[in-house]
Design a protein around this ligand. Structure first.
Ligand SMILES: Cc1cc2nc3c(=O)[nH]c(=O)nc-3n(C[C@H](O)[C@H](O)[C@H](O)COP(=O)(O)O)c2cc1C
Length: 300
């Protein structure tokens, strides 16, 4: 069996310790946003629970590395220093403080980037991996084409490349490897998992939705995100009436209210058609991945 090169992406209000443990036990790499565990004492409990369950297996935490909008920034850095998660994924802001701490204990830092300018900055800062957030990704999806983004980054970077954006099947993972990525970064595929903290109605919506139900809009925070249109309709919002927001307000990154009723999913949502456990999803991905690789090397 091949090793499954998948990171189960961190999802605000959705990722749980059970998701991380199940993912990493099944051969992928689980992760969660530190802000999902509130208050900070709860977060320490989650970290201990995961550490104890996984031993030497890899797993990751996600830190919003933007001091201005993340009021927990200093506390979470301390948690990282103390509990030493093997991988820290930074989003927004500079990874510099994180790199110093994580490299100090031999861990890895991956930074999520949506354009070449940010990729260059993170690479120059010494991150171990770049997560290339491409068009169609859940949450704050990017706009770049994955082929072109990988090629653009490989011009100046030879660290680990992690591809993000609508990857949903094992064949997609094989394709990502062929394109030059080391890992596939998958969020939406796991939204409706039994262990996910998404409300039941959100999970049902993910199962029923297709690519045509996903809207890329900056109306809510000034930062573009992929949103499920049925969740807007449920809130009495007409998607056709949405206006761009003039100013960027990053508070939604840490503000529970903002994501509670407006639900995000990537364009890969079409592939999700039933409720499954993390273990079942990862077993299916494994099988499809092997089939995908075999299909490529078949000589007939
Ligand atoms: C509901 C939801 C919440 C997310 N929250 C975060 C987050 O807190 N931090 C982060 O770095 N990325 C977040 N993301 C983005 C994912 O980590 C990842 O980049 C994305 O899901 C990959 O694209 P895919 O959903 O098409 O697989 C979120 C995505 C979704 C769908």
């Amino acid at each position: 069996m091949f090793k499954l090169p998948v990171i189960v992406a961190p999802m605000f209000l959705v990722s749980t310790p059970q998701m991380v443990i199940e993912a990493s036990n099944a051969g992928a790499i689980g992760s969660f946003p530190l802000l999902n565990a509130r208050p900070v004492e709860k977060c320490a409990e989650w970290l201990l629970e995961i550490k104890e369950a996984l031993g030497e297996k890899p797993w990751a935490v996600n830190l919003i590395s933007h001091r201005g909008s993340n009021k927990r920034y200093d506390d979470d850095l301390e948690l990282i220093r103390k509990h030493q998660p093997p991988i820290v994924i930074t989003s927004l802001g500079s990874p510099a403080d994180v790199i110093e701490i994580v490299h100090g204990y031999g861990g890895l830092v991956y930074s999520d980037v949506a354009n070449v300018r940010h990729a260059k900055k993170a690479a120059a800062g010494g991150v171990d991996g770049l997560i290339l957030v491409c068009a169609g990704a859940g949450g704050h999806g990017g706009t770049l084409n994955p082929f072109a983004f990988i090629a653009g980054v490989k011009e100046f970077y030879d660290g680990t490349i992690i591809l993000s954006g609508s990857l949903s099947t094992g064949q997609d993972i094989a394709a990502a490897r062929l394109m030059g990525a080391d890992y596939a970064y998958m969020g939406t595929r796991f939204l409706a998992a039994e262990e996910s903290n998404a409300p039941e109605e959100y999970k049902d919506m993910v199962i029923e939705s297709t690519i045509e139900d996903v809207l890329y809009t900056d109306s809510f925070s000034g930062v573009h995100a992929n949103i499920l249109i049925p969740s807007l309709i449920k809130q009495g919002i007409d998607p056709k009436e949405l206006k761009p927001k003039d100013e960027i307000d990053l508070s939604h990154l840490v503000d529970v209210k903002a994501w509670r009723d407006i639900w995000s999913a990537g364009q890969g949502v079409t592939t999700i058609t039933k409720r499954e456990t993390m273990k079942e999803i990862i077993e299916a991905l494994n099988k499809e991945y092997e089939e995908g690789v075999q299909e490529l090397v078949r000589n007939d």
